[in-house]
Design a binder for this molecule. Structure first.
Ligand SMILES: O=C1CCCN[C@@H]1CCCn1cnc2cc(F)c(Cl)cc2c1=O
Ligand SMILES: [Mg+2]
Length: 496
């Protein structure tokens, strides 16, 4: 039958892998860790890209394209930047059947591709700020189990790379980009995220500090890094000698940022909103927002009325499609388009034609929920459909926020921390901010708990939906793990 084989709450891993294929987002591929993005998911990436690209252009950031290949010399310019990552670098070693003189790496990220060129482009303070972005693919030969969208050996992303004369300008941009990432998740994907800063061991080692938006999958109790915005400080400027002459004629190193959002965002959206009937797509990114289905009866075929409604909605820039196939029943079509996660379906039968109305059914409400289906006069259709789509967008975010708030516990000691963790929650706990304590928590949670180590997901910036804000760490509060004086709240959790 059409229904999904696995239940989300019972068998999440299989539910997800099956759903992204049955929902026609992903096709499997014979190179391990690589997936085909079919139109149904690629269209969602295009919506994300359209939004983000428009916003960064408003900020004066320009798109470029740098080569896919990195010379070994450039990639290994800074030993400690690469050494941790070396195992995941993919190399081209031959063309045809002849060995290459030098092996060439495929970019896993583009700092080492771009920054030697930045050093050429940046001479004086008038060359600053330099702010570029590229939409591309990167390759990282991951060894952990691959998961469509969430972890693959090749993925699509945007990577922004910027250079400034002062730290203040860099800091400001880090947060401006982080806010755009929050908007991608909350306004387009209807996924709530928590903004924060990474700990010293979780941050990008090559940088000064890393800010992040963290999403959460309630079903598995795992956090997932949704996007990241780093301030690199002057570390890369030092490595690649990116200097400029300031307005007093002094040679200074630039201050840099780099920031990225990947196709992982699509997987997070599927995991958060999907249900046992299939995908549930937020209207803002749904490739088709409304599907119109005729319900023939006693020889009357409402296909013409369907096409009229389709045309009306198209005029209002609503992404609408009719399903007039006569080799499938209305019931089959309802299940099919629910599996695909189309936000709204419109049913038109002979009685609807008589009454000059249509039946509108929402994908985001449970079968018996109030307001799931309603009869709407054709005359009011465009206005009402627009309103219902906006309502769905809001409802999906509110529902996800509500569910996530139930998955955040606050703990002041180890036992409460472990209880919450093993109850599939993220845990806000006061922490002494010492690296070895964080390493110790990782080690202890790896052995004691099931499902992998807990780590710090971030130190939340003050956040309206969290039970705490950084300032209110009561005097004398002890670190939940070490008992030492706590310095800050940390959000801990198991993660992807
Ligand atoms: O996260 C972002 C946003 C967009 C631009 N880049 C940064 C840092 C990327 C870290 N990182 C992440 N993964 C890597 C994998 C590698 F094989 C190598 Cl050689 C380097 C890295 C690496 O530097
Ligand atoms: Mg990695």
């Amino acid at each position: 039958g059409l229904g999904l084989t696995f239940k989300k709450e019972e068998n999440f891993g299989d539910w997800y892998s099956d759903l992204v294929v049955r929902g026609e987002m992903i096709e499997y591929y014979d190179v391990s860790g690589c997936y085909i993005l079919r139109p149904w998911s690629y269209a969602i990436w295009e919506s994300i890209k359209d939004f983000f690209d428009k916003e960064i252009k408003k900020m004066g950031i320009e798109n470029t394209y740098f080569p896919l290949f990195v010379s070994e010399k450039a990639l290994t310019k800074e030993k400690n930047h690469v050494e941790g990552f070396a195992p995941e670098v993919a190399w081209v070693t031959k063309s045809g059947d002849s060995q290459l003189e030098e092996p060439i790496a495929i970019r896993p990220t583009s700092e080492t591709v771009m920054y030697p060129i930045f050093a050429k482009w940046i001479r004086g303070h008038r060359d600053l700020p330099l702010r570029i972005n590229q939409w591309c693919n990167v390759v990282r030969w991951e060894f952990k189990h691959p998961t469509p969208f969430i972890r693959s050996r090749e993925f699509l992303w945007q990577e922004g790379h910027t250079a400034f004369a002062t730290k203040e300008e860099a800091d400001k941009e880090v947060h401006a980009i982080l806010e755009l990432y929050r908007r991608v998740y909350e306004e387009l994907l209807a996924v709530p995220v928590i903004k924060g800063v990474k700990s010293e061991i979780e941050k990008f080692a090559g940088g000064l500090y890393t800010t992040t938006v963290e999403a959460f999958i309630p079903t598995t109790g795992r956090g997932v890094q949704a996007a990241t915005s780093h301030c690199l400080g002057q570390n890369f400027a030092k490595m690649f000698e990116i200097m400029f002459e300031d307005d007093k004629g002094e040679r200074k190193m630039v201050w840099q940022n780099s920031w990225g959002l990947t196709t992982r965002s699509i997987g997070v959206m599927v995991m958060v909103h999907g249900d046992d009937k299939g995908l549930v797509l937020p209207p803002r990114v749904a490739p088709i927002q409304v599907v119109v289905i005729p319900v023939p009866f006693k020889g009357i075929d409402p296909s013409d009325e369907c096409l009229k409604v389709v045309h009306q909605l198209q005029q209002a820039d609503i992404r609408v499609k009719e399903d007039l196939r006569d080799n499938y029943s209305p019931g089959w079509k309802y299940s099919h388009w629910e599996l695909k996660g189309v936000p709204l379906r419109i049913e038109i039968g002979p009685r609807d034609i008589e009454k000059k109305q249509v039946r509108v059914v929402r994908r985001d409400l449970e079968d018996k929920a109030e307001g799931r289906s309603q009869d709407i006069p054709v005359a009011d259709l465009v206005e009402r459909i627009g309103k219902i789509l906006d309502e769905m967008q809001k409802h999906l975010l509110e529902k996800a926020r509500e569910e996530r708030s139930l998955c955040i516990a606050t703990a002041y000691n180890w036992d409460d921390f472990m209880a919450a963790l093993n109850n599939k929650k993220m845990v806000l706990a006061p922490w002494c901010d010492e690296v070895e304590v964080e390493e110790n928590v990782k080690a202890r949670t790896k052995s004691e708990g099931d499902g992998g180590a807990a780590k710090t997901l971030c130190m939340p910036f003050e956040h309206d939906t969290l039970p705490v804000v950084q300032e209110f760490l009561p005097e004398g509060t002890k670190c939940f793990a070490s008992g030492k004086p706590a310095k800050r709240w940390a959000l801990w959790g198991r993660s992807y």
